[in-house]
Design a protein around this ligand. Structure first.
Ligand SMILES: C[S@@+](CC[C@H](N)C(=O)[O-])C[C@H]1O[C@@H](n2cnc3c(N)ncnc32)[C@H](O)[C@@H]1O
Length: 274
């Protein structure tokens, strides 16, 4: 089956050599982090966010988790090693799936993780297969988030948990800030309230919602600084032109963060018992 336009757009980005280069900056957590002191390194700060979501979701030892949009498997490795969870970690980037499998070899909990190709818009899993559906900072790519959430509800058992973080729109941007947000995410951002309503529409009871927006400016500034500092090293994977384009892209993310209209949030819900 051929790729849809949105799949092609996502994989063109995440399978490109430049994205492999960016892993030198991100490590294995490809999302913003918790910056409390201002001088944290990105990867441990990002891991703190993953740990915070695991706490909000009440991850139980031995549970069966479906992770969608798993990046290079950093979260899957954390959940398997820390909770003894069985994790089916999925992505539409085949390059990232390969890196994830490679980086998991010999790591604690690796035998509990299965990596598989899956589009979160149309999950190739049976109804009620999982205890937890987990998706970090990726639904912003979804062309139909309502449908992706309905898929989450379908594959969870009654009583199961959905755990999501994502970049959000804050307030009602107009003019230049609105244009900037449209430029950095084509499908458009949802607000935290939209995520809560989306989960409720999919049949979930929302059990936790947290606004993490205060971490967004330091996160994107840190990412941009690290990319600039590692410019020569990253060029060994891609090209200097690609690295410089990426720095320009992060300039836009930093600018969008500073408008106060780009936020970040976590939302957790429970599928009601039948
Ligand atoms: C910003 S990265 C986040 C990766 C990971 N969740 C993390 O936080 O480290 C976005 C991820 O979304 C994936 N993605 C985007 N659209 C997807 C889709 N429709 N189905 C599955 N994965 C998707 C990309 O391939 C990429 O791995």
């Amino acid at each position: 089956m051929g790729q849809s336009d949105f799949q092609s757009a996502v994989t063109a980005r995440y399978d490109a050599p430049m994205y492999r280069a960016l892993l030198e900056v991100y490590g294995d957590q490809i999302h913003p982090g918790f910056f409390e002191t201002g001088d944290e390194a990105l990867q441990p700060a990002a891991l703190k966010a993953t740990m915070a979501l695991a706490k909000l979701a009440g991850i139980a030892p031995g549970c069966r988790i479906l992770e969608t949009a798993c990046g290079v498997g950093g979260t899957a490795r954390y959940l398997a090693a820390t909770f003894g969870a069985t994790v089916v970690a999925t992505n539409i980037s085949r390059g990232q799936l390969e890196t994830a499998a490679e980086w998991s070899e010999g790591r604690p909990g690796a035998d509990l993780i299965t990596y598989a190709f899956a589009d979160f818009q149309d999950l190739p899993f049976d109804d009620a297969e999982f205890d937890v559906y987990w998706c970090q900072d990726s639904l912003l790519f979804s062309p139909d988030r309502g449908h992706a959430m309905a898929e989450a509800a379908r594959v969870l058992r009654p009583g199961g948990t959905v755990a999501i973080t994502d970049l959000t729109v804050v307030g009602e941007p107009a003019g230049a800030p609105a244009a900037l947000l449209a430029e950095i995410s084509e499908p458009g951002f949802w607000s935290l309230n939209d995520y809560v309503a989306g989960l409720e529409n999919a049949g979930f009871v929302v059990t936790a919602q947290e606004d993490w927006s205060r971490h967004i400016v330091p996160s994107f500034e840190r990412i941009r600084r690290d990319v600039k500092d590692k410019r020569e090293k990253l060029a060994a994977y891609a090209s200097l032109a690609d690295v410089d384009d990426t720095i320009e892209r992060y300039d836009l993310w930093c600018e969008a963060s500073r408008t106060g209209h780009l936020g970040w949030a976590a939302v957790v819900g429970r599928k009601p018992e039948e």
